[in-house]
Design a protein around this ligand. Structure first.
Ligand code: SF4
Length: 324
C-alpha cells in the first residue's frame, strides 16, 4: 500500500455503563482498532449491529475522542500536528438519518453553503458553489434550492447531504449506513452517484453498512468487525471468495442469495453477540464459533498476515502457518 491518507492507530473507546470503583462497568465499544486507508480507495466496514462500526467511524472523524489511540491524516496526528478545523475540512461524514442531518429551518442552498461561509468563503461564492453541487448530485437548483428538508424525499435529502459534504472539497468521506434507509432503486442511484463522484474527484471512502452485497459492490477492501475488534481485513475479492476468519465465513453464509438453489435454511450465526460489557476471554467469537479449538477460549488471537494486504485475527491461520 502507498502511504496512507488516513489511518487509525490502536483506537480504544469504552463507554460508562454504571457502577463505582471496582464495580464500575464499561461497554467496550472499540478495543484496539487499527487500519489504514490509501488515497482513492473505498474501505467497506461490516459486522452485526453493536460491533463498533459506527463508534469507529465517529472516532475516525473525531466526533468522539478516543480513550487511547490516534488518527493520522497524511501522516500528521490529528489534534496535534494537524488542527481539528483543517482535518474536518478534509474528512467529512454522511449519516444514515438524512432528515436529522439537515437543519429544518434552512433551505437546501443555505444548508450546503453554510460550511464554506463558516470557513471564510463569501456568501455569493458559497451560494454559487451550492447551486453547482446541487446540480451535480442530480437536483435542479431552481426547483430544489429553496426547499426545506421536509419537502424532499429521503433519497433527495441524502443527495443534499452528499452535496453538503462535498462543499468542503474534502479528500475523505465516511458514509455511515448512508444508503441503508433508502428504497432499493433509490439506493442503487445514490450508490452510482457516489462511485461517479469518487472517480471524478479522487475521493476516498469509508463505507459502513450491514448489507454485504452493497459493500462488495462498492469496496476495494473490506474490514470485518466483531465485538469492538477487527476480525479480518483484506481486498474485497479475496475476503468474499476466500474468507480467513470463521466470523466472516458465517456472515457471508448468512447473505441473502439471489439464486434460490443457494439459499440456506440454517442460520449460520446462532444467537446474538455476547454482551460488550463482559466480552468472552480469548477469542471474543469463541462462544459462537463452529471451528473453535484448543487455544480459542483462553488466548487472544493476533492479526495473522495472509499475503501482503490481508489479515485475520484467528488461531486457525496460525495453525495453518505452522503446518505450512
Ligand atoms: Fe474460531 Fe478460534 Fe478462530 Fe476465534 S480463534 S474465530 S474461536 S477458530
Amino acid at each position: 500500500m502507498t502511504a496512507p491518507i488516513l489511518s487509525a492507530h490502536n483506537l480504544v473507546k469504552h463507554f460508562d455503563a454504571g457502577g463505582f470503583g471496582p464495580k464500575r462497568k464499561v461497554v467496550r465499544a472499540v478495543d484496539d482498532v487499527s487500519f489504514e486507508l490509501a488515497a482513492g480507495e473505498t474501505l467497506g466496514v461490516v459486522g452485526e449491529s453493536g460491533c463498533g462500526k459506527s463508534t469507529t467511524a465517529r472516532l475516525l472523524v473525531q466526533l468522539l475522542k478516543p480513550d487511547t489511540g490516534s488518527v493520522r491524516f497524511n501522516g500528521k496526528v490529528v489534534g496535534f500536528e494537524l488542527s481539528l478545523k483543517e482535518f474536518r475540512r478534509q474528512v467529512q461524514m454522511v449519516f444514515q438519518d438524512s432528515f436529522a442531518s439537515l437543519n429544518p429551518r434552512m433551505t437546501m442552498i443555505d444548508a450546503i453553503a453554510f460550511g464554506p461561509t463558516v470557513h471564510g468563503m463569501s456568501g455569493r461564492d458559497a451560494t454559487r458553489k451550492a447551486q453547482d453541487l446541487l446540480e451535480r448530485v442530480g437536483l435542479d437548483p431552481a426547483r430544489f434550492g429553496g426547499r426545506y428538508a421536509h419537502e424532499l424525499s429521503g433519497g433527495q435529502r441524502q443527495r443534499v447531504n452528499i452535496a453538503r459534504a462535498l462543499a468542503f472539497d474534502p479528500q475523505v468521506i465516511v458514509l455511515d449506513e448512508a444508503v441503508s434507509a433508502l428504497d432499493k432503486s433509490v439506493e442503487a442511484q445514490v450508490l452510482n452517484l457516489l462511485m461517479d463522484l469518487r472517480r471524478e474527484r479522487g475521493l476516498t471512502y469509508v463505507f459502513i453498512s450491514h448489507d454485504l452485497n452493497v459493500v462488495r459492490h462498492i469496496s476495494d477492501r473490506v474490514m470485518v468487525m466483531y465485538l469492538g475488534e477487527v476480525a479480518e481485513i483484506g481486498p474485497a475479492e479475496s475476503l468474499y471468495t476466500a474468507p480467513r476468519h470463521p466470523y466472516t465465513e458465517a456472515l457471508l453464509a448468512a447473505m441473502p442469495s439471489l439464486d434460490p438453489d443457494k439459499r440456506t435454511m440454517e442460520a449460520p450465526l446462532a444467537g446474538d453477540p455476547p454482551n460488550p460489557i463482559d466480552p468472552p476471554p480469548g477469542c471474543r467469537f469463541h462462544t459462537r464459533c463452529a471451528q473453535a479449538f484448543g487455544p480459542c477460549a483462553a488466548q487472544v488471537p493476533f492479526q495473522h498476515a495472509i499475503g501482503s494486504d490481508h489479515m485475520a485475527a484467528c488461531h486457525l491461520n496460525r495453525a495453518q502457518e505452522r503446518v505450512a
